[in-house]
Design a protein around this ligand. Structure first.
Ligand SMILES: [Zn+2]
Length: 401
């Protein structure tokens, strides 16, 4: 069983490949109550629920994204039209990736169940694979949103370089991969946060960052207007300094007030880029209240990024280690072997890349929401930010397509 060949990952080629008519069955195994020497592989997934009457199937190639990288597995079916006496349909309930062999296992049951075992397909049989497109798109949107939040964290100057720990994961993905910031450059060489774990499960989606607030950090005062036209005064004159976004202004004011209360920081400066005072760099000052200020800032930044890139397309390419590192800000996380050819996703042209085995939206424009309230057109909504013991966790939701 452990000699099953690596499965070709068709889900990497096209997020919207919902059906594939010519997969070949390479292995079929009925449920066994206990792992045996022959079936240890099939039982090794601690989060798998495999039950009596079910089977595990492997194909030469698959459109099913397995559970991993923080992304849920696809569900769907495999239809064997050549089986006797009639079409046999296998309902795929869970999918797992076996890292040592590269094989992807599909767990589920034949219909009708219990199946007449004399009609079961044999290795070599051809079948049509179909996934549930609603689940796929939902998962791709939730997963891509994690990357998008990484970009917003970079936009805000909070995300730094990250080597992440090694662990089992889906092909090409980092452990519970969280998004594009895996190798984001630290904010202007200062300390900051690094990408950590992420989870893109419906109802429990979050990305986590390890580290601390960069020294002297303030949100960029002009972030809400970076891409906007110059403002025109009531008298019709262009204003020298565009008005900043109220959400950013509020965040800056709160931060500066906290700093001033702790020993005196200067008042917010006018115009672009409020500079941190010397007091802001004093270690004894109270920490900036990121959980309070970050949701609003991220909302501004997510809107800004989507507005700028909503007509572009995402890309994912298998590259040489050197080329992959260049696309990811100059280095790759430690869990990527130097001998490997990582798959790198770039959410929008010019954005920092990220090694990733997940499925993504074809364009970040799919996460742009027309007609949203207050001009915030992101379908990605930050619902909570927490900062505990050096772990900044951003919980989010994504509106349905
Ligand atoms: Zn991804």
């Amino acid at each position: 069983m452990d000699t099953i060949p690596a499965t070709e990952t068709l889900y990497h080629t096209d997020t919207r490949l919902f059906t594939f008519p010519s997969a070949t069955l390479v292995a079929i195994t009925p449920y066994t109550p206990q792992p045996t020497s022959q079936h240890t592989t099939l039982h090794q997934f601690h989060d798998l629920t495999w039950t009596q009457g079910e089977y595990a199937l492997a194909f030469d190639k698959t459109i099913f994204h397995p559970f991993g990288g923080g992304q849920e597995s696809d569900v769907g079916s495999a239809s064997f039209p050549s089986s006797s006496p009639a079409t046999t349909t296998f309902t795929v309930r869970q999918v797992r990736f076996h890292k040592p062999t590269g094989a992807i296992w599909h767990y589920g049951s034949f219909q009708p169940s219990p199946v007449d075992t004399t009609t079961l397909p044999h290795p070599g049989a051809t079948c049509t694979l179909s996934i549930d497109p609603t689940i796929r798109i939902r998962n791709a949107r939730l997963h891509s949103a994690g990357h998008l939040i990484d970009l917003a964290m970079i936009d805000l100057g909070l995300l730094a370089t990250t080597p992440a720990p090694d662990s089992d994961s889906v092909p090409g993905a980092k452990p519970q991969e969280s998004g594009s910031g895996a190798n984001a450059k630290p904010g202007k060489g200062k300390s900051g946060f690094a990408s950590g774990k992420g989870n893109h499960t419906p109802g429990d989606s979050w990305v986590e960052y390890d580290g601390k607030i960069p020294e002297g950090w303030l949100p960029p005062r002009d972030i809400g207007d970076r891409d906007a036209q110059p403002h025109i005064s009531a008298q019709g004159h262009p204003q020298a300094s565009p008005a900043a976004d109220p959400a950013v202004d509020a965040a800056n004011a709160a931060i500066l007030a906290a700093l001033a209360g702790a020993g005196g920081a200067s008042a917010p400066t006018k115009g672009k880029g409020a500079k941190p005072s010397k007091a802001a760099k004093t270690p004894s000052l109270p920490p900036i209240d990121l959980p309070a200020t970050l949701p609003g800032l991220l909302t501004v930044s997510l809107h800004r990024i989507l507005r700028a890139h909503r007509d572009t397309t995402t890309s994912a390419s298998v590259l040489s280690y050197t080329d992959a590192a260049a696309l990811c800000g100059g280095s790759l996380p430690v869990y990527i072997p130097r001998s490997s050819a990582p798959r790198i996703v770039v959410l929008a042209p010019g954005a920092v890349g990220c090694p990733c085995g997940g499925t993504h939206v074809g364009s970040v424009g799919e996460l742009w929401k027309e007609g949203a309230a207050e001009g915030r057109n992101s379908a990605v909504r930050v619902v909570e930010v927490t900062l505990k013991k050096g772990k900044l966790r951003i919980r989010y939701e994504v509106d349905e397509a």
